[in-house]
Design a protein around this ligand. Structure first.
Ligand SMILES: Cc1cc2nc3c(=O)[nH]c(=O)nc-3n(C[C@H](O)[C@H](O)[C@H](O)COP(=O)(O)O)c2cc1C
Ligand SMILES: [Mn+2]
Length: 475
C-alpha cells in the first residue's frame, strides 16, 4: 500500500527511528540552515536522521527537511522498500498509472484568494545566510502543462520568495518547464503554474528525477506507487495537483517578463550566480489544516540534494547501459562529493576490451550533464568506497592508454571551474565543457592477490574474541 500523504510517511520514518524532532525554537532566517549543516556534515550517511523542526520562530507551521534524501535508508523508506529493492521499485515508473481526478481534497481545506494569498505566510528559510537575497523554497514540485499537447510536467526548480505576491524561479537549460514557457510566450500568453509543497514521498522523488520530455511525472509516480495519485483541480489555474498535498501555491509566470533572481547557494558547494529569470505572481494559496512545510537541504555536499539526485540518476544510467547497450553493469555511482554530477563510477564484469569505453560513451550520451570524470572498474571493486576506487586507479590504469578526453560536451552549469571567456564567466546557455573517461579495469591476467588464504581468514574470524582486539567489525 502506497503512503496516502506526507503525514503517513512521517509516521513511518518515526517508527523506524529515522526522524528526529527538534523541539527547541529555531530561527529560520539564520539558525535552521546551520543546524542542518552540522547534522549533514557530522553524522555519517548511514546514521543520519531526517529533521522535523517543531517550533519555528514567528510561525505555527513545522518544517521537515531531509525526509526524502537524508540518507539511502530514508530514500528507500520513501519508496517503501529496502536499499537493495530501490532499483526494482523504481523500474515500476516504466508502467505509469495516470492520476485519478477526485472532487475535493485536504490540500484545499484552507483557501486564500486574491489579496489574502500571501507568499510570506510560510516559514521559508534563508539557506546561505548573508549571500542568498532572501528566503527560498528548495522543495517545490512545480506543475505546468504543455499548451499544445496538454501533457503536464512536474519538476523541482528553486523559488525565491520576493514579496507577498511575487517570486522568482530558476529553470535550468533543457528543463521541461522552459518548453512550456517558450510555447506560451510565442503565443503571447502567461504560463499557469501550481507550486506544490509536501506530498506523499514518491511524488517528490519523481519531481527531482529525469524522465524524458512528455512523461507526466505524476503518472510515473502512480506507477511506482502501484496506485494512482489522487488529484484535484486548482482554484484559479487549469492544472491538477495531488489532493493530499500540504500546500499548493497557484499563479502565473508573466509572459515575456524576466527579473533579477539569486544568487543562491548551490549543490556544488558554491554560490550559484543569479540572473534574469521568470517572474511568478500568486493568484491563490490553498493548504491543509495545520500544514507541514517541506524543504530540501542543498548547498555544500553532503546534502539531501546530492543523495536524491545520485539515486535517481544512477538508476537511469544503469537502465540505459544495461537495457539498451546490453553491458554487464554491476553498479553505477555518482559520488556525493561531486553533487551527484561531476564524478561517475561504473563497475562491470568485463567480457571484452571494448566494453569500458562503450560504458563511458553510453553514460555521456544521456541527456543530462553528468560524469565530467567517468571511471570504469572491474566488478570486484566496491565503487561506493572511494578507497577501492583509488586502488583500481593506482594499479589497473595506465595514463597513456586508458584516459579518454572528450571536448565540446554539455556543461554542468553550476560548476565554477568552467573556463572564463575574455576574462569573464560564461552564461549557462553558452558554456561548453569537456570530459575525461578513465578505464581502470584490468587489461590482461593479473598476479594473485597478496592476502592470507580465505580458509585462514575464516578460521581467525571464527575465534576473533580470543585475540582480544576490540573495535573490529569483521565481514
Ligand atoms: C534539491 C534540488 C533542487 C533543484 N533545483 C533546481 C533548480 O533550481 N533549477 C533547475 O532547473 N533544476 C533544479 N533541480 C533539478 C531538477 O529538479 C531535475 O532536473 C528535474 O528532473 C527537472 O524536471 P524536468 O526534467 O521535468 O524539467 C533541483 C533538484 C534537486 C534535487
Ligand atoms: Mn519532466
Amino acid at each position: 500500500m502506497a503512503y496516502r500523504d506526507l503525514r503517513e510517511y512521517l509516521k513511518r520514518l518515526e517508527v523506524k527511528g529515522l526522524l528526529c524532532h527538534v523541539q527547541a525554537e529555531v530561527d529560520k532566517d539564520w539558525e535552521l540552515s546551520a543546524v542542518c549543516r552540522h547534522t549533514f556534515r557530522s553524522i555519517p550517511q548511514e546514521r543520519r536522521p531526517a529533521l522535523m523542526f517543531d517550533k519555528i520562530k514567528g510561525s505555527t507551521i513545522p518544517l521537515v527537511v531531509g525526509i526524502l534524501g537524508g540518507s539511502r535508508e530514508i530514500y528507500a523508506t520513501a519508496l517503501d522498500t529496502t536499499i537493495d529493492g530501490i532499483w526494482d521499485v523504481w523500474e515500476r515508473s516504466k508502467t505509469p498509472i495516470a492520476p485519478r481526478i477526485v472532487e475535493s481534497g485536504p490540500c484545499q481545506e484552507v483557501v486564500y484568494m486574491g489579496e489574502d494569498a500571501d507568499l510570506e505566510m510560510f516559514p521559508t528559510p534563508i539557506w546561505t545566510v548573508g549571500q542568498d537575497p532572501g528566503p527560498y523554497h528548495t522543495s517545490p514540485f512545480v506543475i505546468t502543462r504543455d499548451p499544445e499537447t496538454g501533457v503536464p510536467n512536474m519538476g523541482t526548480y528553486r523559488v525565491q520568495v520576493k514579496t507577498a505576491k511575487r517570486a522568482g524561479i530558476m529553470i535550468g537549460p533543457n528543463r521541461h518547464m522552459n518548453f512550456h514557457i517558450d510555447k506560451n510566450e510565442a503565443a503571447g500568453k502567461d504560463t499557469e503554474v501550481a507550486i506544490v509543497l509536501g506530498t506523499d514521498p514518491v511524488v517528490g522523488l519523481t519531481s527531482v528525477s529525469p524522465f524524458p520530455y512528455g512523461v507526466d511525472e505524476l503518472s510515473a509516480a502512480g506507477g511506482i506507487r502501484g496506485e494512482a495519485v489522487d488529484v484535484v483541480k486548482c482554484k484559479t489555474v487549469d492544472l491538477l495537483v495531488p489532493a493530499t498535498a500540504e500546500i499548493v501555491i497557484e499563479g502565473k509566470i508573466r509572459c515575456g517578463v524576466r527579473e533579477a533572481e539569486g544568487p543562491f547557494g548551490e549543490y556544488a558547494g558554491y554560490m550559484g550566480t543569479g540572473g534574469n529569470n521568470p517572474l511568478f505572481e500568486v493568484t491563490c494559496i490553498t493548504h491543509r489544516k495545520d500544514p507541514i512545510y517541506q524543504a530540501f537541504l542543498s548547498q555544500m555536499p553532503p546534502s539531501e540534494s546530492s543523495c536524491i539526485k545520485s539515486l535517481g540518476r544512477e538508476m537511469e544510467i544503469r537502465r540505459h547501459l544495461r537495457n539498451h547497450l546490453a553491458l554487464p553493469i554491476r553498479d553505477v555511482h555518482l559520488t556525493e562529493s561531486s553533487g551527484a554530477a561531476g564524478r561517475l563510477i561504473i563497475s562491470l564484469k568485463k567480457q571484452n576490451r571494448f566494453q569500458p569505453l562503450k560504458a563511458i560513451l553510453g553514460a555521456w550520451s544521456l541527456g543530462f550533464a553528468i560524469g565530467k570524470t567517468t571511471i570504469v572498474v572491474d566488478d570486484d571493486i566496491d565503487i561506493r568506497d572511494s578507497f577501492w576506487v583509488e586502488w583500481a586507479l593506482a594499479f589497473r590504469m595506465q595514463p597513456a592508454e586508458d584516459i579518454h578526453i572528450q571536448k565540446n560536451t554539455d556543461p554542468i552549469t553550476l560548476d565554477p571551474s568552467q573556463p572564463l571567456r575574455d576574462g569573464k564567466s560564461v552564461s549557462p546557455y553558452q558554456q561548453v565543457s569537456s570530459r575525461v573517461g578513465i578505464d581502470a579495469t584490468r587489461k590482461h591476467p593479473y598476479p594473485a592477490l597478496a592476502v592470507p588464504p580465505t580458509k585462514d581468514l575464516n578460521k581467525v574470524a571464527e575465534q576473533w574474541e580470543h585475540y582480544g582486539i576490540k573495535g573490529v567489525k569483521l565481514p
